[in-house]
Design a protein around this ligand. Sequence first.
Ligand code: FES
Ligand SMILES: [Fe+2]
Length: 428
Amino acid sequence: MSMPKERNEELTRTGPDTLMGDLVRRYWIPALLATELPEPDCPPVRVKLLSEPLVAFRDTEGRIGLIDEFCAHRGVSLWFGRNEESGLRCPYHGWKYDVTGQCVDLPSEPEALGTRSRIKLKSYPCLERGGVIWTYLGPPALQPEPPEHEWAMVAPESRFLSKRLQECNFLQALEGGIDSSHVSFLHGPALKRDPLFVGSKGNLYNERDRMPQFEVVPFDGGLLIGARRIADDEKYYWRITPWVAPFFTLIPPRSGHPVNGHAWVPIDDENCWAWSVSYHPRRALTRDEVTAMESGQGIHVKYIPGTFVPLANKRNDYLMDRAAQKAGLSFSGVEGIGMQDASLQESMGPIVDRTRENLVTTDVGIVTTRRALLEAARANRAGKPIPGVEPATQRVRSCAIELPKDVPFKDGAKDGLFRPLGTDPVSV
Ligand code: FES
Ligand SMILES: [Fe+2]
């Protein structure tokens, strides 16, 4: 059964006062890499989130401000502003704002008129954790405790974080993150060569069984999406991908390699930030691993220098290599796992028309996640509890495991999914 048009609208629109936008605003969301605001009084940065144009700055005291991009006077972009003496000053007529958006200096009017104290821009709270500047765009009274996704809690040397612009709606990017079935096709050749994936028995299982069976189990953070493939006569190979509401996904590991995850953060309805994290819960990343990640391997990408735009992008047809496609060096002809995903997801259009889909059994994880997102969005509107807000519910890890055929993954993989920090991943 295909999806009605209205449902697709509800699921994909995240601007102010939309159903999904209201849900996403209930969570701490990644806004910037901490390195984008490296020091007090550094240049401000444009930030667009959930269709809201904002500007971020770090003031003289090191506090982070995330405020309306446009000056309250006559709408100049404060990205042009002077970040000085505990505030951001508009370069047009000198109005100055602090990190709360309060106008603290209005040099073009006498203070006695009281105009200055009445001027306050919209502002959102921020916090730094795990190399990320997080923000909360929701109702102040409902602001949750700081996030505790495992990747954000490990030591800095155990984590590599990147973000790239993805030119499509967040939901179709997210759907790629939980779609275990495409791995057997799209990423098959790359799994054999990429230094961050090679050598796992799971790669062989992925290659041999291209019809995974899905089982989805809810948990307090969202969903545990299990994809099972045949390992041998007695065992299944399970890849379990947690979806933590509203847009965090964790990729099951391969042998001793770092664990990977994503956050699919809406910029507006037709663009998102694909945050990509590789981390190891027990050890520091090795020099070789970091070098591979920095050079765009694993789930990371190469960039147009000085930007977060991938070097391979839709304006250059993702540097498609037809010869490599034909020779089987890559299944689609696009280099790198991250851009293999992004190229195909962007090719679906900025917001894919889900009324035209023909979903099959390997899409069970996607169907269930859409339903869970909608349910959460409706629960939020009704003032009911929603998944993944409490930090404890975010403490989940992906896992890859061989289990006897009669053991359900929710029992057999429990220890792998809810392990304490500092332990090895459960991985095949
Ligand atoms: S437009 Fe900013 S001070 Fe006038
Ligand atoms: Fe993928």
